[in-house]
Ligand binder design. Structure first.
Ligand code: MN
Ligand code: MN
Length: 345
């Protein structure tokens, strides 16, 4: 459930409260006492996940969201207001442009739980690509996907070897820059899979599809080879060991830097959401308010804790940071419960 109106309302309330000296020190104290821990319920409802680690201007999709964080912490601990004029990250767009117009529900298996950004073929920066193996929204100007969504159950898993055939995606529309494997050379970043190679091992074609550069983003090596891999193994173990059916969504947001002369963005943060179905084979009807949800939001850096559990967050906060509506095909009452849950693994 995208609570734009609610957020706007709460944001206004928050801005209204920010002048109240009685409340902010309490929040600041809570955060100071528990560094790296989930923030207080109030902050958790209002602020994006980067406040758990170290926000910077590259973490925010618009100035209004950065301003909300600046106003939420006394003393500007994240240095969002370098010139001290009271405004955070003035180079960002004032407000995000919002989602594209809604699109009809898709019968694509990978979009069973919804199309988080209403991706279609009209907006080159929210360009829907549907493959047998996964669906994604590509961003031409960033040279990476906004998000990728994929189904995972035992049918996708086999004995196919890792193909390692990283290659540009020739299926992109004319005029789109096609990122190449060489664009990553000497960058210090891995060619990080969004859909992992090992999630598509039923046959060569499926595995090879994960090596198209539209499924790859610049990922800090210790992130890719550390906790991110750990969560990938965890998701497959749910299938191998418990025969579960999953829907998985992942992407990167923010801008840390660029490669390929500005045509390939290094995202500041990476997120992943795993929805474990209660009942296999029932599509969205297999999701209930008791469904197990795993959600993480992690800095795209080498300076990380080793366990993905340390970076768990709520879907609500990922929606706040990205502007997407995750699980939009799930009934709104169920979304409200699942998206506010801080899963404890
Ligand atoms: Mn939602
Ligand atoms: Mn990887």
């Amino acid at each position: 459930m995208l609570k734009s109106a609610l957020w706007a309302g709460l944001g206004g309330l928050w801005l209204g409260l920010s002048g109240c000296e009685a409340i902010l020190p309490i929040l600041t104290d809570i955060l100071a006492e528990a560094p790296g821990q989930p923030v207080s319920v109030q902050a958790d409802r209002l602020l994006p996940p980067c406040v758990d680690d170290d926000c910077n201007c590259g973490d925010f999709r618009d100035q209004a969201l950065a301003q909300q964080v600046l106003d939420g912490f006394e003393g500007d601990p994240f240095v969002l207001d370098r010139d001290g004029n009271g405004l955070a990250c003035e180079s960002l767009p004032p407000v995000s442009s919002g989602l594209d117009p809604s699109v009809p529900p898709s019968d694509n298996l990978h979009l069973t739980l919804g199309n988080p950004s209403n991706a279609a073929t009209g907006n080159p920066n929210n360009y829907l690509i549907e493959r047998h193996q996964y669906a994604l929204a590509y961003n031409r100007d960033r040279g990476i996907a906004n998000w990728v969504s994929w189904h995972l159950d035992a049918r996708w898993l086999g004995n196919t070897e890792r193909q390692n055939d990283f290659r540009q995606d020739g299926g992109l529309p004319a005029g789109f820059y096609q990122v190449t494997p060489n664009d990553y050379r000497n960058s210090g970043y891995d060619r990080g899979h969004i859909v992992p190679s090992a999630d598509r091992t039923a046959n060569v074609k499926d595995n090879s599809a994960t090596f198209l550069m539209t499924n790859i983003l610049p990922q800090a090596p210790e992130n890719n080879q550390g906790l991110w891999r750990g969560l990938e193994e965890f998701e497959r173990d749910l299938v191998y060991q418990e025969d579960r059916e999953l829907f998985i969504l992942a992407g990167g947001y923010g801008e840390k830097d660029t490669l390929a002369g500005g045509k390939l963005t290094i995202p500041t943060r990476l997120w992943k959401v795993i929805v474990v179905l209660d009942q296999p084979g029932q599509g969205v009807a297999g999701v209930s308010a008791n469904s197990r949800i795993i959600a993480i939001d992690v800095p795209n850096s080498n300076d990380l804790l080793e366990d993905w559990q340390s970076y768990q967050t709520t879907i609500d906060r990922i929606e706040l940071a990205t502007g997407y509506d995750l699980l939009s095909q799930v009934p709104v009452e169920i979304q409200a419960v699942l998206e506010a849950n801080l899963s404890q693994e």
